[in-house]
Design a binder for this molecule. Sequence first.
Ligand SMILES: CC(C)(COP(=O)(O)OP(=O)(O)OC[C@H]1O[C@@H](n2cnc3c(N)ncnc32)[C@H](O)[C@@H]1OP(=O)(O)O)[C@@H](O)C(=O)NCCC(=O)NCCS
Length: 156
Amino acid sequence: MDISRLKNESDARICAKMMAESEPWRTLQRDEAASYKIMIDPIREVYIAKQDDSVVGFVVLVMQGAFVGYIQSICVAPINRGQGVGKKLMTYAESRIFQQSPNAFICVSSFNPRVQTLYQNLGYETIGEIKDYIVSGHSEILMRKSIGAINDFVQK
Ligand SMILES: CC(C)(COP(=O)(O)OP(=O)(O)OC[C@H]1O[C@@H](n2cnc3c(N)ncnc32)[C@H](O)[C@@H]1OP(=O)(O)O)[C@@H](O)C(=O)NCCC(=O)NCCS
């Protein structure tokens, strides 16, 4: 499996479709058009995992703004789940983030408890609950993994 920066429109469309067809984004009402906008937004960094030249998953990072090192979305194609792709994408995202900042942030939907456990096992701590954040009636749980304080951090 190979992880690299998203470079072309056809891969962006594949990722957008994968996202729009999967939970939690179905419940969060993020359709394919909205997902595609995220994929091609220059503010975001999108990294895709490919196996035999097919996209099997992706991760979207935001490396600017208030919470630098925000893992906005991670998704693995349903057929490729449970085979270690998600964990490799998370490790890749963290190595990118920790070059620039000592914190990785991620939000997980309140109706997605299995993924909360996955992030806890990867070293993420729950910061707090943001109620009615994306859709009414559901919360987003903000989680953080840290390798130290900002003032002690030396950029790589
Ligand atoms: C969450 C997601 C990215 C994880 O990717 P993945 O490739 O399936 O996960 P991995 O195979 O790398 O497994 C990571 C861990 O989750 C656990 N896991 C994987 N599938 C599981 C399942 N069906 N049930 C319980 N645990 C599971 C694994 O045991 C593994 O932990 P371990 O290595 O300590 O055993 C993927 O399942 C996905 O795209 N889900 C839908 C989108 C989503 O919820 N994204 C997160 C939004 S915040």
